[in-house]
Design a protein around this ligand. Structure first.
Ligand code: ZN
Length: 181
């Protein structure tokens, strides 16, 4: 079983980390945040506290980075890259950064031995999928499949975790309907 770590367990991160704990799919769920209160709230839900990015990077197989700004993304990835990460650690960056920032983060991660770099906004795409596809929109394959196991994470890192063609059509139709609204 994998360890998953969250950098940033604020408004969005604490719910996602909570889902990971409830799923029972992970060995341990680690929480790191500059706010002690945010970390303590996660510990109450069953997470383990991580005191530093160096610690987090050394023990987690998947690290989900939910910070707000490019400077923070850069800082977090640089610190993680110095942490003697496990081989094949996956970084998931959910900040709404410019793609150039993600490429820069991937380069930093690679230098530090984080061999499988970076996943763009797949989680956000999944959630937007829910908004536009309506109820019951999880599917047997693609980006709307749950849960995300190693297969989905690998496909995401290769740019191959996509909506199915019927989903893509439905999303286009929904967007057009709203646009014409
Ligand atoms: Zn979902």
């Amino acid at each position: 079983m994998m360890n998953v770590g969250f950098v940033g367990v604020g408004a969005m991160g604490n719910h996602m980390a909570g889902h990971c704990i409830k799923s029972g799919k992970f060995k341990d769920v680690y929480a790191y945040d500059l706010s002690k209160a945010a970390v303590n709230a996660m510990v109450k839900k069953g997470a383990k506290a991580s005191g530093s990015l160096k610690h987090l990077g050394g023990i987690c197989d998947v690290i989900i980075i939910m910070v707000g700004y490019d400077d923070q993304v850069r800082q977090v990835v640089s610190d993680l890259a110095k942490s003697k990460p496990k081989k094949g650690t996956v970084l998931v960056i959910t900040a709404t950064s410019h793609p150039d920032m993600i490429l820069e983060a991937a380069a930093i991660a690679k230098k530090g031995g984080l061999s499988r770099a970076v996943i763009l906004g797949h989680i956000l795409a999944h959630e937007i999928g829910h908004l536009l596809l309506g109820r019951g929109s999880h599917s047997g394959s693609g980006i709307m499949h749950v849960p995300w196991d190693k297969l989905q994470l690998r496909r995401a890192s290769e740019g191959r975790l996509l909506f199915t063609s019927p989903q893509a059509k439905q999303i286009r139709d929904q967007v057009l309907r709203r646009y014409r609204g």
